[in-house]
Design a protein around this ligand. Structure first.
Ligand SMILES: *[C@@H]1O[C@H](CO)[C@@H](O)[C@H](O)[C@H]1NC(C)=O
Ligand SMILES: *[C@@H]1O[C@H](CO)[C@@H](O)[C@H](O)[C@H]1NC(C)=O
Ligand SMILES: *[C@@H]1O[C@H](CO)[C@@H](O)[C@H](O)[C@H]1NC(C)=O
Ligand SMILES: *[C@@H]1O[C@H](CO)[C@@H](O)[C@H](O)[C@H]1NC(C)=O
Ligand SMILES: *[C@@H]1O[C@H](CO)[C@@H](O)[C@H](O)[C@H]1NC(C)=O
Length: 335
């Protein structure tokens, strides 16, 4: 008799524990899903999303309880997605980027300037830190949605900041125009929501101009190119690829924000702090963002296009040197 009671208590204990945890998790899920206004196809999908959410919640707890980590992760708009889904829906198709990057070498640079000479001839003393946001040179953080169009956001952001530095006006430019018009029919390799190249957006805008966000709003899918009125827009005249060293990136950032290609596979739940979580032995490129500065410790400050509720109000700090491949493909508008 006694043995039986003991046995059932022992057998029930893990069940109680499991239930406690799942109540706690369920509350967390309900809170998160009401914040994020999730609508699912059916009960099956809802159950699947809950499971994915629970796993992501667990990862957040484990990561944040390790005091060795220099950055924290958290729940955000992606918390019911698997990493595979996140890569497919939000990041660029990696093979598209890798393939084209390898095939072009230096041809994306414009007007054939000697980059090193151009940067070094300024004989600039590097600022110990720089942040273009404090100078009003960076527009608000945007949201690319379920579309691998980061390259159009990086391209528009490059031109927005250069336009500010040159003409002293800060205007939001149209990413949708770039997604719709920087296409193979116009001689480009960019592919809308699959991915693309900010330097192609510069080439395109130099010819026909980039119009404002107000004139040509963002809709998260690729549409037919609409050229009505774009010719009055901003036209960059010259741009360069910046050499792949920390010193050159710092140099470039002393003149203006620049666009950078990165491996963002592990960025999904980044919340704050100095990020160093990428696999440095396997640098691949699936995302493009705007670098807006660096701090006194040499951490890079980048503006992302996943909305203001991701990361540090839409921004991220990356550890010094080539974290996530930030030094490999850097572009800057120079005139
Ligand atoms: C933190 O780092 C120290 C030193 O490298 C290591 O001994 C310790 O196990 C780490 N702690 C955790 C929780 O990983
Ligand atoms: C660059 O700056 C350094 C220190 O300010 C100065 O000594 C040097 O002459 C400058 N070089 C050129 C080419 O202007
Ligand atoms: C094209 O852009 C113009 C100017 O913004 C707008 O008036 C027009 O409705 C657009 N056409 C289409 C098909 O979206
Ligand atoms: C990130 O930095 C922390 C603290 O210095 C270190 O423990 C960790 O191994 C680093 N992670 C990577 C992937 O380099
Ligand atoms: C990374 O950058 C820091 C300072 O910015 C430097 O001291 C360190 O040597 C660099 N590490 C590597 C591996 O290049």
């Amino acid at each position: 008799m006694n043995r039986l009671i003991l046995l059932s208590i022992i057998m029930l204990m893990p069940l109680c524990l499991a239930q406690d945890i799942s109540v706690e998790k369920l509350l967390a899920y309900n809170k998160w899903s009401s914040q994020h206004q999730r609508v699912y196809l059916n009960e099956h999908e809802k159950l699947f999303r809950q499971m994915v959410f629970f796993e992501n919640l667990q990862k957040v707890k484990e990561h944040n309880s390790n005091p060795n980590n220099t950055y924290s992760i958290g729940l955000n708009l992606f918390s019911d997605m698997t990493k595979q889904e996140f890569a497919e829906k939000i990041l660029m198709k990696q093979d598209l980027v890798d393939h084209y990057m390898k095939s072009i070498s230096q041809k994306e640079t414009h007007n054939d300037v000697n980059i090193e000479t151009q940067l070094n001839s300024k004989n600039l003393t590097l600022a110990t830190s720089i942040d273009w946001r404090t100078q009003g040179a960076v527009t608000s953080v945007k949201y690319q949605g379920n579309c691998g169009s980061c390259w159009s956001f990086a391209g528009a952001a490059l031109m927005e900041s250069f336009n500010f530095i040159q003409n002293k006006v800060l205007v939001d430019f149209s990413e949708q125009q770039l997604v719709d018009c920087v296409i193979s029919a116009n001689g480009y390799q960019s592919e809308g929501c699959n991915g693309g190249f900010s330097f192609e957006t510069l080439d395109y805008a130099s010819k026909v101009g980039i119009t404002t966000l107000d004139n040509y709003p963002y809709v998260e899918v690729q549409k037919k190119c609409n050229m009505t009125g774009t010719n009055n827009g901003f036209k960059p005249k010259q741009w360069i690829q910046v050499p792949s060293t920390s010193n050159d990136l710092k140099h470039a950032l002393n003149f203006s924000p620049v666009s950078v290609y990165v491996n963002a596979y592990n960025w999904v739940s980044y919340q704050s702090g100095i990020y160093n979580g990428s696999d440095q032995s396997n640098i691949v490129f699936n995302h493009e963002v705007l670098a807006v500065g660096y701090d006194e410790q040499g951490n890079w400050i980048v503006k992302n296009s996943w909305g203001p509720f991701w990361g540090e109000h839409g921004y991220m700090r990356l550890a010094p040197n080539n974290t996530c491949g930030i030094l490999n493909h850097i572009y800057q508008v120079t005139a």
